[in-house]
Ligand binder design. Structure first.
Ligand SMILES: Cc1ncc(COP(=O)(O)O)c(C=O)c1O
Length: 440
């Protein structure tokens, strides 16, 4: 394969969520990828421990997806998304509904996880208004939650560093506390035993604000970007019960957990707790073409289908909602998942994965390890006065030694493509153990 030359000027591209100055002094460039591996511009192979950014669930360069995109680009490149349609969007929506939990009969298309979060919040507000409860305008999120970077998702999100630069954000938003409780739950395998009662904070906020003013609660069923916080046993059930009691919609953000990450198609299937809406993106197209969506139940969708038929029912959408090439990539993705059983493969590997992950306990600086499905997190003790530096150094060292990991704060997060084989799990944790042993 011909490797393109390294560009000689890196200044123009202002990189997202990146330490730009550090990167540009010592760039890390991928130029190719196949299945479980990336290739760097200097010809090294790097094992993908993060499915790109939690998105390439079927691994890289998968033929069905590549071919679907090629074919679609030559057939219908773009069709207007408003007041016009094209067959692939309907086909993809039907295919998605077919794998969604029962009752999620409709899907709205967006282009990213951030847009999905904002779309779901707007749907919740509009739903109540249409039904004559326009006073329900409050939105409740959770500390350490991540719902993307647009104003709605950022406002209900709870990662301080993502919020502090941006002023007042949306009014009428409040947060329940996060579920991290290392004093009681450190080194739990799977769902921690303690902390269902953290959901009762929602009752406190209901009492404070009057529940009839609250439109929706949004949480990640398993918080990913903040560093993998697994919901305590019984916690999601309690959230659901409180929402039901007060007529509040429950939104799950499944941008990371969707498409097999927990060993089931969606986290809804894994936990058996049903929200009213849930968001998707990332694994929806295997990360290959940007796309996202919001699944809704008939209850939510049908509430909008009133008024004169010539009127637009929901004043919301994007130029690229249901883009033909994205839909083709999505159909190729679902074909690949189905043929290879990837939406449930994580369940088969979960025990092996958990054993390998928890074998890192006792290595230098490791203060907690968490796992669920094919997700893992290793929390490191921060260097006093230099938070995030230890984990970031591990990230750089791992990359130098042929392993891609992701770090957030002083937490290492792992989420490999769901095609990973057991020897590759061994290789991943062998390399990571060496990284941790070398860490300062
Ligand atoms: C739960 C969740 N919601 C939303 C997003 C935002 O997705 P995007 O970066 O595609 O906008 C992410 C991204 O990691 C996520 O993990």
């Amino acid at each position: 394969m011909q490797i393109p030359a390294r560009p000689n000027d890196l200044a123009s591209f202002w990189m997202p969520f990146t330490a730009n100055r550090q990167f540009k002094k010592a760039p890390r460039l991928f130029v190719a990828a196949d299945r479980m591996h990336y290739r760097t511009d200097d010809g090294r192979s790097v094992l993908d421990g993060t499915a790109g950014l939690w998105c390439c669930n079927a691994g890289h360069n998968r033929p069905k997806i590549v071919e679907a995109i090629r074919r679609q680009a030559g057939e219908l490149d773009y069709a207007p998304a408003f007041q016009m349609g094209h067959p692939k969007a309907f086909e993809f929506a039907n295919r998605l509904v077919a794998i969604a939990p029962d009752g999620f009969d409709h899907v709205f298309f967006t282009n990213s996880g951030s847009e999905s979060a904002d779309t779901a919040l707007k749907m919740a507000l509009a739903y109540h208004r249409i039904r004559g409860e326009a006073q329900r305008t409050r939105l409740i999120g959770r500390e350490r939650g991540y719902h993307g970077v647009n104003f709605g998702g950022m406002s209900v999100g709870g990662i301080g560093g993502n919020r502090k630069m941006f002023g007042q954000l949306l009014p009428g938003v409040d947060h329940i506390r996060h579920t991290h409780d290392p004093a009681r739950n450190a080194f739990s395998r799977g769902q921690p035993e303690h902390g269902a009662e953290f959901a009762d904070e929602l009752e406190r906020l209901c009492a404070l604000h009057d529940p009839s003013t609250i439109a929706a609660v949004i949480v990640e069923p398993m918080a990913g970007s903040t560093g993998v916080l697994i919901p305590p046993k019984g916690y999601l059930e309690r959230l659901r019960a409180i929402c039901d009691k007060h007529g509040i919609l429950l939104i799950f953000d499944e941008v990371i957990t969707g498409f097999g990450r927990l060993g089931t198609p969606f986290a809804v299937d894994h936990f058996g707790v049903r929200p009213d809406l849930f968001t998707i993106a990332k694994g929806m197209t295997n990360g290959v073409v940007p796309m996202g969506g919001v699944f809704v139940t008939g209850k939510v969708h049908d509430a909008f289908m009133s008024g004169p038929e010539y009127m637009i029912e929901f004043g919301h959408g994007y130029t690229y909602s249901g883009n033909p090439i994205a839909c083709a990539a999505g159909i190729g993705t679902l074909d690949t998942y189905a043929e290879e059983g990837l939406l449930t493969r994580g369940a088969e590997l979960a025990e092996y994965w958990a054993d390998a992950l928890h074998s890192l306990r006792g290595l230098p600086h490791v203060i907690d390890i968490r796992n669920l499905g094919l997700i893992g997190a290793i929390e490191l003790e921060p260097i006093p006065g230099d938070p995030t530096k230890r984990a970031f150094s591990c990230f750089l060292d791992a990359f130098e030694h042929g392993l891609l990991i992701r770090t957030t704060g002083d937490i290492i997060a792992l989420s490999p493509p769901l095609i990973i084989e057991k020897p590759q799990i061994d290789e991943l944790f062998g390399k990571l153990a060496d990284v941790l042993k070398r860490a300062a």
